[in-house]
Ligand binder design. Structure first.
Ligand SMILES: NC(=O)c1ccc[n+]([C@@H]2O[C@H](COP(=O)([O-])OP(=O)(O)OC[C@H]3O[C@@H](n4cnc5c(N)ncnc54)[C@H](O)[C@@H]3O)[C@@H](O)[C@H]2O)c1
Length: 265
């Protein structure tokens, strides 16, 4: 195994995935950047080349388990057998009243946001197991704190991400693999460009993709208190931190009321 650490990122052509790819490249990692958007990957490659870092890119639809297995295996081979970090980032968001969104669109959101993560975890497992100190980062969301009106299906997919992260962090501890979930509130990316919900109105869209990328780098290499406490969930930004903390200590009726109020429902 060589000395250069490696990171595999899904949905890396834009937004949080792209900012994360650039941050890991700046931190000396070999970056594997995968997406369905090959034009976006090309411009990311140019940007990483300019940094003098190395990136491997390729087409990957996370809903296809065979393509996922092929891309991960190819990347790990190029990385001389090591996979230090697997980032399941690709996702989509549909906002609006549940009944107004076509059922097949709901299914697509479930396929990308949940099955895409399952495919990534499954394909990466043998390589993570073979790499000492390996970490998985899954993109959950502050909508995994309490079911979000106007984002019901999206929010449910992020509860899935939350649960699978918690469960496998315990299950894979025996192999030395750590799992973390990032919980940002709204982030200024293409995902939120055209959405308007009660919570975007009341809470705003304040975070940048770089804010999340910075916290992902920190979660992969945690400070000693976080390491000792084995922190699994990482709310990003002060709003998500307060909401996560509040929901832990407030009674269920109060959490529901707060969510009803901030979503203007
Ligand atoms: N933007 C937010 O407000 C926000 C908040 C919390 C969590 N998140 C989560 O962060 C992650 C990234 O979101 P973002 O804001 O950067 O979104 P984005 O729309 O800016 O980027 C998502 C990327 O995923 C890619 N993608 C979509 N479907 C794919 C598929 N089937 N296979 C592979 N790639 C695919 C897109 O091409 C795009 O490059 C998502 O999981 C999202 O749910 C976002």
């Amino acid at each position: 195994m060589n000395n250069q650490k490696s990171v595999f990122i899904t949905g890396a052509a834009a937004g949080i995935g792209r900012a994360t790819a650039l941050s890991f490249a700046k931190n000396g990692y070999l970056v594997g950047a995968y997406d369905i958007d090959e034009v976006g990957l090309k411009s990311l490659t140019d940007e990483i080349d300019e940094l003098g870092a190395r990136v491997i890119t390729g087409h990957l639809d996370v809903t296809d388990p065979d393509e996922m297995a092929e891309r991960v295996a190819e990347f790990v081979q190029a990385a001389d057998g090591r996979l230090d970090v697997m980032i399941n980032n690709a996702g989509i968001l549909l906002a609006g009243r549940f009944e107004d969104i076509a059922v097949r669109a709901h299914h697509k959101e479930i396929d990308i946001n949940t099955k895409g993560v399952v495919n990534g975890l499954h394909a990466a497992f043998p390589f993570l197991k073979a790499t000492p100190g390996a970490v998985v980062v899954n993109l959950a969301s502050a909508s995994a704190i309490y079911g979000q009106p106007e984002l019901a299906n999206y929010s449910a997919t992020k509860f899935f991400v939350r649960a699978i992260t918690e469960a496998l962090d315990i299950e894979w501890n025996r192999y030395g693999i750590r799992l973390v979930a990032m919980w940002p509130l709204y982030v200024q990316t293409a995902m939120t460009e055209d959405i308007k919900t009660g919570t975007t109105e009341s809470l705003g869209i304040r975070l940048t993709a770089q804010d999340i990328a910075d916290d992902i780098v920190k979660a992969v290499n945690p400070s000693w208190p976080r390491r000792v406490l084995h922190q699994v969930h990482y709310p990003v930004g002060s709003q998500a931190k307060s909401l996560a903390l509040g929901s832990r200590f407030s009674p269920a009726w109060l959490t529901r009321l707060v969510n009803k109020r901030i979503s203007h429902n």
